[in-house]
Structure formats: structure tokens, C-alpha cells
Write a protein that binds this ligand. Structure first.
Ligand code: NAP
Length: 343
């Protein structure tokens, strides 16, 4: 329960926001705030946005060590909790980066994140990518790491079992996967002791990943949708000439016009009503305030939801080509398009 009423004039009551029920019955807000600035915004700007987002009603924050801003966001979390919002009302995620998959490193990575975020525990801790492959900040689109390796189940599970130790030790409530495919998740579900509670995956109207989405639901794994607006200002390394722009999609644009809102708002409404948990990013208060407000008012009709289902172009934006290994062909090798894990 909230201990203090939110007072900002652009705020909504967080108790009205749709909630997700996680494995075991725990609750998570049905929308969160992203904290990756696409290499465009400073850590200070993003931390300030987190503060504002809490003021307007966000309670879920999607963090990661690789975003390079957890130390400043931690200070904001401390401030937020001084305003009367309790730790239990917040739902904070973070992720272990690809260069910390080694034995013991997951624990170190979690310890660093806890220190930076100034927390006793993380609500949901993800393996950011299923590969131990590293790229430097601001990597060019054709960056190639000679040490990069394909997915190796034994290595992933070595990392996963360390994630499980974090749950058993009480440092993490739930663990999750990210940037996975159905064939990879099937193996994890076969071998894990603690199931993933959530899978963070790219999801927006032009990239709906219906098979993986359904697989997650069927197995009690909550899909968390990144790039929910189609990440219009993502880094150049994640842009190719064939990419479509969700906020210019004719179906999205038509429905936005009917509701008299920016197409970004339609992307978010669609995501929340479909059942995934979108984590839109913005540093602009008017944008992030409308991003959460739109989840509680002027919902999409069933007809509009059906129309949006037809907007899928199977257009993946975050292709991950900087993680390719020697001998791999194209970025598609990262995503097991033939239904088996690409070696
Ligand atoms: N697990 C992973 O591997 C992974 C990968 C990628 C992202 N993520 C997470 O997902 C989050 C979101 O992804 P993202 O930032 O790439 O993409 P996004 O949320 O789809 O797009 C963000 C951009 O959309 C625009 N926007 C936001 N709200 C708007 C509104 N109400 N009206 C108009 N425009 C609006 C903003 O552009 P302007 O700044 O130009 O206004 C903003 O920079 C990240 O911050 C991160 O936390 C995770």
C-alpha cells in the first residue's frame, strides 16, 4: 500500500496501474521505466528522469550495470524512499552484463549493482544476453570481438546456477532471462532448479514475436517488452536501412489519430493490454507522464487490438550483430530462426 499520496498534478495513483502476477504470486507493475539512454543522454539526465518518473507514478524501473548509471539512480532511489514510498512499493530490476558470466562473477556483478543502487535486494535480476560476448561502449555497427562464442548451454547454466544462488541467499527475489529464443529457453527450463520469472525481449507493434510471447505465457514466464515504441532514437549500430518505424506505421498512426495521442502512446497501450510489461524510456516529463497515464485511461477497443495484431512486420531492431562469433553468418544466427540453436 502507498504510504503517502502522490501529489504532482501530472501524477497518477500507482495502485490504478495494471499489475502482473509472477510465479509464486508476487506482483509487478504492468509498465516500467527504461533507463538505457541509447548512448545519447548522460547518467545525470537519466537519474533525474527516474526521480520524475517516480513522482508521476512509475514504480518499476529497468536498470542494468552496462547502462553505466546505476550509481546515480541509486541516489535517486534513496531520495524516493525518503518521500514516503517504501522499498516494497518499488520493483527494481537489473542485469548481469556479458563480461560477468564467469564463475563467481555473477555474484560480484550483483554485489556491485546492489552497492550502486543502494539496495538490500533486487526484485528481478536478468542475464542480459545469453552470450558471454562483450562490445565496448559506442561500438561501431561492424564491431567484431574475436573472443565471441555462440550459445553454449553448459556455460549459460553455469551462469544461471549462480543467479539461483542469489535467490537462495535473498539478494534477489526473482531471476529472468533476456534476448532469448524458444529453443534456448526450452533447454534452460529443462535444466534449471529455479524457473525464470520473466523474459525481457524486444516487443513493439512491428515486432510482436508471437511464438516466443506465447511460449513465455504457457510456461508462467512474464514477458517484459523492451523498445516498446520501436526505439526511434536507438544507437546507429542498431539501425539498418530495412528497419520499419513503429510510430509511422499506418495502423498505429490511424489509431493514434482516433485517440488524439502521439503514436508512442498507442504502442504502450497495445503492449499493456496484450499482457507484456513495456518499459518505455524518455527523459522528458511530458512523455513519461503520458506513458504511464495512458495505461489507466482511454483504453484500446478489441477491434483496435485486432488491427494492431496485424501491424506485425517481424522487424527486429536490436539485432545484436556486435555479438557475432567467428564463423557466424549474419545477425540472424543469434536468434535461432530455424528453430534450433545456431552453433
Ligand atoms: N534487455 C535488453 O537487452 C534491452 C535492450 C534495449 C532496451 N532495453 C530496455 O528497454 C528500455 C526502452 O527501450 P528504448 O529506450 O530503446 O526504446 P523505446 O522506449 O521504444 O523508445 C524510447 C524513445 O521513444 C521516444 N518516446 C518515449 N515516450 C514518448 C512519448 N510519450 N511520445 C513520443 N515519443 C516518446 C523518446 O524519443 P525522444 O528521446 O526523441 O523523445 C525515447 O528516447 C531501455 O531504456 C532499457 O531499459 C533492454
Amino acid at each position: 500500500m502507498e504510504t503517502k499520496k502522490v501529489t504532482a498534478s501530472d501524477a497518477i495513483d500507482p495502485r490504478l496501474v495494471p499489475q502482473r502476477t509472477l510465479r509464486g504470486g508476487g506482483k509487478m507493475p504492468g509498465i516500467g521505466m527504461g533507463t538505457f539512454g541509447s548512448d545519447r543522454f548522460s547518467a545525470e539526465q537519466i537519474a533525474e528522469a527516474v526521480k520524475g518518473a517516480a513522482e508521476v507514478g512509475f514504480r518499476l524501473f529497468d536498470c542494468a550495470s552496462v547502462y553505466g548509471n546505476e550509481h546515480l539512480i541509486g541516489e535517486v532511489f534513496e531520495d524516493i524512499m525518503k518521500t514516503g514510498i517504501t522499498r516494497e512499493e518499488l520493483f527494481i530490476t537489473s542485469k548481469v552484463w556479458n563480461d560477468m558470466h564467469g564463475k563467481g562473477d555473477v555474484l560480484l556483478s550483483c554485489a556491485k549493482t546492489l552497492k550502486d543502487l543502494k539496495l538490500d535486494y533486487i526484485d528481478l535480476f536478468f542475464v542480459h544476453w545469453p552470450f558471454p560476448n562483450f562490445h565496448p561502449k559506442g561500438a561501431a555497427p561492424d564491431y567484431h570481438n574475436a573472443d565471441a562464442r555462440p550459445y553454449i548451454q553448459e556455460e549459460y547454466m553455469e551462469t544461471w546456477y549462480q543467479m539461483e544462488r542469489l535467490v537462495k541467499a535473498g539478494y534477489v527475489r526473482y531471476i529472468g532471462s533476456s534476448n532469448m529464443t524458444v529453443p534456448k529457453l526450452k533447454l534452460v527450463l529443462r535444466d534449471c532448479t529455479i524457473m525464470p520469472a520473466a523474459n525481457e525481449m524486444e516487443l513493439h507493434p512491428c515486432f510482436q514475436q508471437p511464438e516466443l510471447f506465447q511460449y513465455c505465457f504457457d510456461n508462467g514466464i512474464q514477458p517484459i517488452g523492451f523498445c516498446p515504441i520501436g526505439s526511434p532514437t536507438r544507437p546507429d549500430r542498431d539501425k539498418t536501412p530495412d528497419d520499419v518505424v513503429d510510430i509511422q506505421d499506418p495502423i498505429v498512426a490511424k489509431i493514434a489519430k482516433a485517440h488524439n495521442v502521439h503514436p508512442a502512446i498507442i504502442c504502450i497501450k497495445w503492449a499493456v493490454q496484450r499482457g507484456q510489461t513495456p518499459i518505455p524510456f524518455s527523459i522528458y516529463r511530458n512523455e513519461y507522464a503520458s506513458n504511464i497515464r495512458c495505461t489507466v485511461e482511454d483504453l484500446l477497443t478489441d477491434t483496435e487490438m485486432k488491427e494492431l495484431a496485424a501491424a506485425d512486420k517481424n522487424c527486429r531492431l536490436i539485432k545484436g550483430q556486435v555479438f557475432l562469433w567467428d564463423g557466424a553468418n549474419t545477425w540472424e544466427d543469434l536468434w535461432d530462426l530455424k528453430g534450433v540453436i545456431t552453433k
